[in-house]
Design a protein around this ligand. Structure first.
Ligand SMILES: *Cc1c(COP(=O)(O)O)cnc(C)c1O
Length: 813
């Protein structure tokens, strides 16, 4: 695409709108204006998309396929405009037409095809893969309904369906010619062919058509457009007669209907397994179809293709690739196994035992009989090979099938050549504890890849005022090489820059305050400290510790009405899993505390609590630029990496944190004077576990402040809560406070008090904010992805140096 002029763009837009709607653009709704704009932008990248894909094929470039059950891309309009280098043109062009890009942009649905960090990471990676000029694509599910829309009614979370496709999706292209069949159920018989080799014969299977919808992944000003392929389940053409009842037809639609079906019952879990196999099989089939066009020897598959699995949800790619190579392509087991291992790599995202996927043998055998046979064989050969080397105990601990359960992490590790954790501490815990047995067997498979975020979305798009400040202060190279942000350090004592940074922050806070006023009717003072905790609601993330601090602060003000404290606005954004009762009780508690605090005249607005409804990428883009404090307060050892910590840092929020996940690396980068660290360290937590010497009740009895705050949960002090207060109290006192909130309480309050003091020293605070931005470069997902490319995938950027592309500089680990 040549450079588009404003005149040309305006002409394209006006014409497109009228062709779509037969009335003038200024009579349209923002949604209609968005749809027309989307059509125009499609035309701007279509040639590059076609060219990129065909170049990969012509050059037989090694391509990576990133399999993820979730993607959380956020709205794509502005990101596409930025990366196509037409953001300013379009902004100005629309302005001349009397339209505002931000308003038009809100006409786009925010596709919530993921829960949180894992899906958002996949989307940051898609952007970084294209922007660094790597040949890599996504593979996932086109859920018809995204993650539920969250509403609060009487402070309780209510889940509503999120029909994001209601007005279609301008970016996607349905590729009927690339559809494949995915087989479920039935029986399978192994029968010999003429040569005596066993091949499967299937009976009574249910065959589902997987239709891909491709979504372009536009690289940053480099002409690259990769592919995100999302699969949708349909009844195969001409086979409608096989699906006669409404139930049978529904069962097909259900496969790609919702993200995370209710997994509290057997039917729900079965559906989830169907989803996992559905997109794993469809993805592998489409990759293999591509490879066969190249007409190369099968042994070269790992040189042309890499399959990366984001957590174990796509781990069935291991037996599926084996199945295709053996049953359909006639390779021997050993040939297929070598190819499979060399092709697949795996990222582990959690050490929480309850999050490690397992499937009942019965369910797998019923739903996927051939896949089950292959898993049994992989397991059998694994045991046979390792027994003489490692002995019974260790070997059986690494078995894939154990107590009639199939352990997906074990399958993923055994069937791949690389397993990585997502932050240094997390990888160390995997190596030394969670997966230590596997580490003894395969030390070379283990490696760390600390997560990252894309500054394009999280700074350039969501914080244009900061972007301008940076451009004016350190030049624009940071946009192609975020490490350049370190140049800002030279301005750490430059009063003009610090004041401007304060102004930028204040304007962003005003923008968010206006949203809060409009949507929630709450007045918040933009000069107050904006204290932000935005992430999924989970006990280990300890939103409850944040609440205990609010109550403690409330008591302090009540006791001493003249107390001098800076105003604080506590901002929460969080969805709880629909079946996670305790998390929902904490949501209710936060809302009740907000009600109490916000309306108490004695508090004199020194505390405000704002819990935004329906937290997601679009709200994150509004909140993060307005944050002063970033709450990263998980119990040490529990958060694998975290990425909101990185987004907030890059926007000049100062982190309030335990030494956990990638926050440790943030601490190491920014230095101890520019972060607030409190609480137990991982080793200390581990010691308490081993010695079982933590007794929360002792703290409750002995710490007057803790006792007073906890009693408020049960003595009627907080209007509007019912058994939530008692249940939460019990979890902390009677059931020994699994996440050590009471143990960390004092040091948390002390760290918060220090932050109050520092915030009042405006220059000091602004300097801390500046230094956080200056040190945020290494957390760019561009670097993360270049390390995946270099160390795991063995691929290199494809764009030549003549194009204005991403710098290939890689910082040291
Ligand atoms: C970044 C992000 C997350 C991850 O937050 P953590 O604090 O790392 O758990 C979750 N949801 C959304 C919408 C995000 O943008």
């Amino acid at each position: 695409m040549g450079k588009v002029s404003i005149q040309q763009f305006k002409k394209d837009f006006v014409k497109e709108f009228e062709q779509l709607y037969a009335y003038s653009y200024d009579e349209g709704t923002p949604r209609e204006q968005f749809l027309a704009l989307g059509e125009v932008i499609r035309n701007y990248y279509m040639d590059n998309w076609k060219q990129t894909i065909s170049d990969y094929k012509t050059n037989e470039t090694k391509q990576i396929f990133y399999f993820s059950m979730e993607f959380l891309p956020g709205r794509m309009l502005k990101s596409n405009l930025l990366n196509l280098d037409v953001l300013k043109t379009v902004q100005d062009g629309l302005k001349e037409l009397g339209l505002n890009l931000d308003e038009v942009s809100r006409g786009e649905a925010d596709p919530a095809l993921g829960n949180g960090g894992l899906g958002r990471l996949a989307s940051c990676f898609m952007d970084s893969i294209a922007s660094t000029g790597l040949a890599g694509h996504g593979n996932g599910i086109r859920y018809q309904y995204g993650l539920f829309k969250q509403k609060f009614i009487d402070g309780y979370q209510i889940e509503l369906p999120e029909n994001w496709l209601r007005n279609g999706n301008v970016w996607e292209v349905r590729k009927e010619n690339k559809a494949v069949i995915v087989r479920f159920g039935g029986q399978v018989y192994l029968e010999p062919d003429e040569a005596g080799r066993l091949y499967p014969r299937y009976e009574n299977t249910q065959n589902i058509l997987a239709v891909p919808y491709d979504v372009p992944q536009v690289g940053y000003k480099n002409g690259v457009v990769n592919n995100l392929r999302l699969w949708s389940a349909e009844i195969p053409y001409g086979e409608e007669y096989l699906f006669r009842t409404e139930e049978e037809r529904d069962a097909v639609n259900q496969i790609t209907e919702v993200l995370y079906p209710d997994d509290s019952n057997y039917e729900g879990r079965l559906l989830r397994l169907r989803q996992e196999y559905f997109f794993s099989s469809a993805g592998v089939q489409s990759v293999i179809r591509y490879f066969k066009i190249l007409d190369e020897d099968w042994s070269l598959l790992p040189d042309k293709i890499g399959i990366h699995i984001n957590d174990t949800h796509p781990a069935l790619v291991v037996p599926e690739l084996m199945r295709i190579l053996i049953d359909e392509e006639g390779l021997t087991w050993n040939q297929a196994w070598e190819i499979t291992k060399k092709t697949i790599s795996y990222t582990n995202h959690t050490i929480l035992q309850e999050a490690m996927e397992r499937w009942p043998v019965d369910m797998m055998a019923h739903l996927l009989p051939r896949i089950y046979q292959i898993i049994v064989e992989i397991n059998h050969r694994h045991i046979e090979k390792k027994l003489p080397l490692y002995g019974e105990e260790l070997t059986y601990r690494t078995a894939i099938i154990d107590h009639d359960q199939i352990k997906m992490a074990n399958l993923a590790i055994i069937g791949s050549h690389s397993i990585n954790g997502v932050a240094k501490l997390h990888t160390n815990i995997l190596i030394n504890e969670t997966l230590h047995d596997f580490y003894l067997m395969y030390p070379n498979k283990f490696n760390n890849k600390t997560n990252g975020i894309t500054q394009r979305r999280w700074v350039q798009l969501s914080n244009p005022a900061l972007t301008e400040l940076l451009d004016d202060t350190i030049g624009t190279d940071w946009k192609c090489n975020p490490e350049e942000l370190i140049l800002l350090k030279a301005h750490a004592d430059d009063k003009t820059v610090l004041d401007r940074l304060e102004t930028v922050k204040l304007e962003n806070k005003k923008r968010f305050a206006a949203y809060v006023k409009k949507e929630m009717g709450i007045e918040i003072d933009p000069t107050a400290i904006f204290d932000v905790q935005i992430k999924r609601l989970h006990a280990y993330k300890r939103q409850l510790l944040n609440v205990l601090h609010i109550l403690e602060r409330y008591n302090r003000i009540k006791d001493n009405p003249d107390i001098a404290l800076p105003k604080r606005v506590f901002i929460f954004g969080a969805k709880a899993a629909p079946s996670y009762h305790y998390a929902k009780q904490i949501i209710k508690l936060i809302n009740a505390v907000a009600e109490m605090v916000n309306n108490d005249p004695e508090i004199r607005d020194l505390i405000k609590v704002v819990f935004v409804e329906n937290y997601g990428v679009s709200l994150a883009e509004l909140i993060i630029p307005a944050a002063d404090i970033s709450e990263q307060i998980s119990l040490a050892g529990k958060e694998a990496s975290g990425t909101s910590n990185m987004k907030l840092m890059a926007n000049g929020a100062v982190t309030m944190a335990t030494m956990d996940g990638a926050t440790i690396e943030i601490h190491d980068a920014v230095g101890k004077d520019n972060i607030y660290i409190f609480g137990l360290k991982n080793e200390e937590v581990q010691k308490y576990y081993q010695t079982q010497s933590y007794h929360s009740r002792t703290i409750y009895e002995g710490n007057a402040s803790v006792k007073r705050v906890l009693n408020m949960l049960i003595d009627g002090s907080i209007p509007g809560i019912f058994n939530e207060g008692q249940d939460i109290f019990d979890s902390l006192v009677k059931f020994n406070d699994e996440y050590f909130l009471l143990k960390d309480f004092d040091s948390y309050i002390n760290a918060q008090t220090q932050a109050d003091i520092d915030f009042l020293g405006r220059d000091k605070w602004n300097k801390m904010a500046l230094l956080n931005i200056a040190h945020s470069g290494p957390f760019s997902s561009d670097y993360t992805i270049l390390r995946y490319a270099d160390e795991i995938w063995k691929i290199e950027p494809q764009v030549d140096d003549a194009t204005p592309i991403y710098s290939k500089v890689k910082p040291a680990e």
